[in-house]
Design a protein around this ligand. Structure first.
Ligand code: G3P
Length: 217
């Protein structure tokens, strides 16, 4: 399974990329709005660091505006993926941009019916938001299970990018269901490393080793 980080922070992306486990980056207007500087230059720098798919989202809501912004985003770098919302105009823009060979990530997906539409429109990625479904007392992972089954029935090549992951269990459950990608904030990747038995075990190994060295000295 591929692991993406969901952030616009170049500092955080650099530090996670240095670990060698980062496959791509997702951004959205809320995340990019937090970062200083020009958003195009920031996205370019992110592409140079990650050398994998980097999603940049359109802010237009009409078909023509989405196409124009989509072309602008795609021009930033060959790694750029154009993110469009799951609306009528978004699905139409997905079909048009995909037809031109531009990769599209259809975002704000909250139902299997919506995921089916995105696949039919040639999306490279579909982004179901599990955390936001959990927030309204609806099991987000059930949606992933449904999309995995539907895409596999028809051999759609659209990759399932599980978004709005809020904790390591979301990532593990997504992996168990066979989702292609999970994207999460930097803090969740940090949490994935943590286990108290790892720390306790390492401390004991090092203490035992130090004792041996003291005897030899
Ligand atoms: O990739 C979508 C993500 O940014 C949404 O996450 O935590 O705001 O629901 P969240």
């Amino acid at each position: 399974m591929k692991l993406f980080v969901d952030t616009g922070s170049i500092k955080d992306i650099e530090s996670i990329a240095a670990l060698g486990i980062l496959d791509g980056v997702t951004t959205n207007p809320s995340l990019l709005a937090k970062e200083p500087g020009d958003f195009r230059q920031n996205l370019k720098r992110i592409c140079e660091i990650v050398k994998g798919p980097v999603s940049g989202e359109v802010t237009a809501t009409d078909f023509a505006g989405m196409l124009q912004q989509g072309h602008d985003i795609a021009k930033i770098d060959a790694h750029m993926v154009v993110k469009v919302p799951l609306t009528r105009d978004g699905i139409r823009a997905c079909k048009a941009l995909s037809g031109e060979g531009i990769r599209v990530n259809v975002t704000l997906c909250f139902s299997a019916a919506q995921a089916l539409l995105a696949a039919k429109a040639g999306a490279s990625f579909i982004s179901p938001f599990v955390g936001r479904l959990d927030d309204i007392a609806t099991n987000g992972m059930e949606l992933i299970r449904e999309i995995v089954a539907i895409y596999s029935n028809y051999e759609f090549t659209t990759e399932i990018l599980v978004a709005s992951c809020r904790h390591p269990i979301h990532i593990v459950e997504a992996a168990k269901l066979g989702a292609d990608i999970a994207t999460c904030p930097p803090a969740v990747i940090e949490q994935m490393f943590n286990h108290p038995l790892t720390n306790i075990g390492l401390e004991k190994f090092l203490k035992d080793w130090e004792k041996t060295q003291a005897v030899k000295a």
